[in-house]
Design a protein around this ligand. Structure first.
Ligand SMILES: C[S@@+](CC[C@H](N)C(=O)[O-])C[C@H]1O[C@@H](n2cnc3c(N)ncnc32)[C@H](O)[C@@H]1O
Length: 213
């Protein structure tokens, strides 16, 4: 676990602008429940008693579902705005005692070594600024037998319904190269695969990994 004086240097400039916050707010329905989150979670399969981490949890569409399934979820996000929205949502959840909202970034996760059974991130890898540091963190926190699902919508794919408006999305953000990420995770002792596929009905980039038990 790294100590940090704050996480702003781990965020792209556009993530910090107020306009972006309102952009997310307008899309709120998508963030309360989304098909991409549902499919990512189906692959991650958090279950009863699992210690789970949702990296870049946002307003918590996956966090809330995973807690309902019996996992204890640490929802990590560097945005105070997102953490505030999720913290306001939390008391209305029957599974609220299994939801913890934490300040942090993929590059510096607020969880102990080898303490995570299942970890996922949805539409957040392109926000990570230091991929090598993030991969070190994934490998550090994952328990033996633990599993990882990284899913990012692929706006570069012409079949994505928002391709026309978002195709240059990668110009401002980190490029998600599924093969390179899988390779980086394998170099850290995990079994990992990367592919371009369909998730939530749209083209996605998907990396799955496990730590041998
Ligand atoms: C597009 S939103 C996705 C939120 C949520 N996972 C969902 O699917 O609704 C991306 C989230 O990543 C967070 N984020 C930005 N930089 C990050 C970083 N370096 N590490 C982890 N999360 C980050 C943002 O604050 C934001 O909440």
């Amino acid at each position: 676990m790294r100590t940090a004086m704050g996480h702003d240097h781990y965020r792209h400039a556009h993530d910090k602008r107020l306009r972006t916050k309102f952009h997310w707010l307008f899309k709120i329905r998508k963030f309360w429940q989304s098909d991409v989150n549902r499919d990512a979670l189906a692959l991650a399969a958090p279950g009863e008693g699992d210690r789970a981490v949702d990296i870049g949890a946002g307003m918590g569409p996956a966090t809330v579902q995973a807690a309902r399934r019996g996992a204890s979820v640490t929802a990590v996000d560097p945005s105070r705005f997102m953490r505030t929205v999720l913290s306001m949502r939390r008391p209305f959840q029957r599974a609220r005692s299994r939801i913890m909202v934490s300040d942090g970034v993929a590059e510096s996760l607020p969880v102990a070594d080898g303490s995570v059974d299942v970890l996922w991130t949805v539409n957040a890898v392109h926000h990570w600024v230091d991929l090598e540091a993030a991969f070190d963190e994934l490998a550090r926190v994952l328990a033996p037998g633990g599993r990882i699902v990284l899913m990012d919508e692929d706006f570069t794919h012409p079949d994505h319904p928002q391709h026309a408006t978002h195709h240059d999305h990668e110009a401002e953000t980190t490029i998600v190269d599924v093969a390179a990420i899988a390779e980086a995770l394998r170099a850290r002792g995990l079994d990992a695969t990367g592919e371009k596929t369909i998730g939530g009905g749209v083209p996605v980039k998907l990396i799955r990994a496990t730590r041998p038990a």
